[in-house]
Write a protein that binds this ligand. Structure first.
Ligand code: ADP
Ligand code: ADP
Length: 228
């Protein structure tokens, strides 16, 4: 049973140099509680696709359906984790406050917030540092805080854009195992973007490969053909 459907999705960026078709007519479903990996080389349109799914970018064509409803704005039951954990966490807020913020913004009552923050930190093995500031933690720990913040809201769908690309190999392996455990425990549907085929095969129960680079459609191009 599909929780998320991408139907004929297309995204074109318009720039001075011409139009860039970053996502071209893409169709796929995400099964509920599956971890699907989206692999492709740099420039294949992975981030663009993720932003369209997250309701952060308006598609040029096609649609994204979440539980059968068209996504036109960031859905409440969807969370995103980006590669740059350093930029996504607020440096002036403590770890627990960072995790609590989206719950606060959503109007979750204080008592529930405390329980959800504690549970999320426990899930990522960070119960011991709730009062630390992000910059006091290692890169791997900061990304665990970002994951805790994403899962604290108990989203149905978790989108992850190369979340472990900026950490060293050992930390990355630890984070991959952590994600597998967290996902099994929470039963959340994950779309995991990576350019690393090994990582995708290790993590995913399904792998979607974006093989093509985006098509560059240029108007008014004059090509000089050699004389016959
Ligand atoms: P990936 O995440 O697979 O590396 P992206 O989605 O970031 O791919 O980019 C796909 C293509 O769209 C690239 O050619 C990129 O240069 C272009 N692109 C991405 N964002 C923009 C933008 N805001 N404006 C114009 N072109 C963009
Ligand atoms: P990484 O391999 O993620 O860069 P470090 O080598 O910096 O991690 O840290 C190794 C371990 O030390 C962490 O997994 C964590 O258990 C502990 N640690 C690091 N920084 C802190 C901190 N500020 N507070 C508590 N424990 C920490």
């Amino acid at each position: 049973e599909a929780i998320l459907s991408v139907r004929g999705l297309r995204k074109v960026y318009h720039s001075d140099g011409g139009d860039i078709e970053a996502v071209r007519d893409l169709t796929f479903d995400l099964g509920r509680n599956e971890l699907t990996c989206l692999v492709g080389p740099s420039g294949a349109g992975k981030t663009t696709l993720l932003k369209c799914i997250a309701g952060l970018l308006e598609p040029s064509g096609g649609e994204v359906l979440l539980d059968g409803v068209r996504v036109t704005a960031p859905p409440k039951n969807m969370a995103v984790v980006f590669q740059e954990y350093g930029r996504s966490l607020f440096p002036w807020l403590r770890v627990a406050e960072n995790v609590e913020l989206p719950l606060k913004n959503a109007g979750v009552p204080k008592a529930e917030r405390a329980a959800q923050v504690a549970e999320a930190l426990e899930s990522v093995g960070l119960s011991h540092v709730p009062r630390s500031y992000p910059w006091q933690l290692s890169g791997g720990m900061q990304q665990r805080v970002a994951i805790a913040r994403a899962i604290a809201y108990q989203p149905e769908v978790l989108l992850m854009d190369e979340p472990f690309a900026a950490v060293d190999a050992q930390t990355r392996a630890d984070l991959e195992d952590l994600l597998r455990r967290v996902r099994e425990r929470l039963g959340v549907t994950v779309l995991f973007v990576t350019h690393d085929i090994d990582e995708s095969v290790y993590l995913g129960s399904r792998v979607i490969i974006l093989s093509s680079s985006p098509t560059v459609i240029q108007e008014d191009v004059v090509v000089d053909l050699p004389e016959q």
